[in-house]
Ligand binder design. Structure first.
Ligand code: SF4
Length: 345
């Protein structure tokens, strides 16, 4: 399979189901987001805007009005005294819900609104406000990263539809929040609104698991490149729910060091080489009767356009009959381009 970048979501998705990974990240077909995922996005948006307003206040201490231009919620402008009021947080929850609800295929009733607000307030109030972005020194609200891996094994060269694509494998993603604790130390916070479990293995995430968690290591590697001036980097991951989906707020904080950078690169190399050599992605369940196929997978619930075959079955057959190259040529989502072109030299 082609692989030009790795996201924390794609890394884990390959372990969940190789076919789902192939259809999503190689052929570029997106899944409709579930209602719970949309609710998580709404809660994240509130946290992001609060951090953005706090950052504005830090950078403009004399200004009476705080402003954030948000890609989804639009312009938010408030008097600085409002930032710390409960009313503003409640209003912001409604703004975040409305801005995503209008483009969502799901309906969000009063109970959903209460759940989202409850999630936000839990993050804000936990441990006397220790994780409230308004009470933190914000270094960067929601930084995006796109970092090439400067290793020989990370070079790639493919031919896609007669066009040569070459470059350096990159890791990409978004970090929820970076806060500054002192001149040597930053803390990265990642809000998790889903269950505290590994969906591929069903295991509960605890400290032991998190120390080897690919997403945390990927984030750690990214922040070591983005913020090399801070020798101490704390990674905190704040889970709202337990493995069964019941509220059980628990933050976990970890420190990684230089040796973990090498550990991450080795994990990444092994995974990337496995993906590259894989031209026949395995199915989570060849019968598609597993509940994860039936209830969680877009490619089981939806047919390939113009056919009465599930997307997963259609692609499996296409690969068997025509091989990888033809499948890439004929089944990639129009407009999707897996590779970015870098001019030689
Ligand atoms: S239906 Fe099942 S096997 Fe097919 S892509 Fe989805 S999870 Fe994988």
């Amino acid at each position: 399979m082609l692989v030009t970048y790795v996201r924390s979501s794609s890394y884990n998705n390959y372990a969940f189901c190789q076919m789902q990974y192939f259809i999503t990240y190689v052929l570029g077909h997106q899944s409709d987001s579930g209602k719970k995922a949309d609710m998580g996005t709404m809660a994240h948006k509130v946290m992001e805007i609060l951090a953005g307003l706090k950052k504005f206040q830090q950078d403009n201490s004399r200004k009476k009005y705080l402003v954030v231009e948000d890609d989804a919620a639009g312009k938010i402008r408030i008097h600085k005294d409002s930032l710390y009021t409960d009313d503003f947080v409640d209003e912001l929850c409604n703004i975040a819900i409305d801005c995503y609800a209008k483009n969502s295929k799901h309906k969000f009733g009063p109970k959903d609104r209460r759940d989202i607000s409850e999630t936000v307030w839990t993050f804000l109030r936990h441990s006397d406000g220790q994780f409230d972005p308004r009470l933190r020194n914000i270094h960067h609200p929601e930084p995006h990263f796109d970092i090439p891996i400067e290793e020989d094994w990370a070079k790639f060269e493919y031919e896609i539809n007669g066009e040569k694509v070459e470059g350096q494998l990159a890791i990409k993603g978004t970090i929820d929040l970076v806060t500054k604790l002192n001149d040597d130390t930053i803390e990265v916070i990642d809000w998790k609104t889903g269950r505290r479990m590994d969906w591929a293995t069903g295991e509960v995430k605890d400290y032991e698991k998190l120390e080897n968690d690919a997403q945390l290591l990927l984030y750690f590697y990214a922040i070591s490149k983005l913020y090399p001036e801070y020798p101490n980097r704390i990674m905190s991951i704040f889970f709202y729910k337990d493995k069964d989906g019941d509220p059980d707020p628990r933050p976990f904080s970890l420190m990684f060091d230089k040796s973990d950078e090498a550990r991450f690169l080795e994990m990444l190399r092994i995974r990337v080489e496995e993906i590259r050599q894989n031209n026949s992605p395995k199915l989570l369940d060849p019968t598609r009767n597993h509940w994860k196929c039936k209830y969680l997978c877009h490619f089981c619930k939806n047919n390939w356009e113009g056919t009465d075959e599930k997307m997963c079955i259609y692609i499996e057959k296409h690969l068997k009959e025509h091989g990888m190259e033809k499948t890439l040529e004929e089944c990639t989502r129009p407009g999707f381009n897996i590779g970015f072109y870098e001019a030689p030299g």
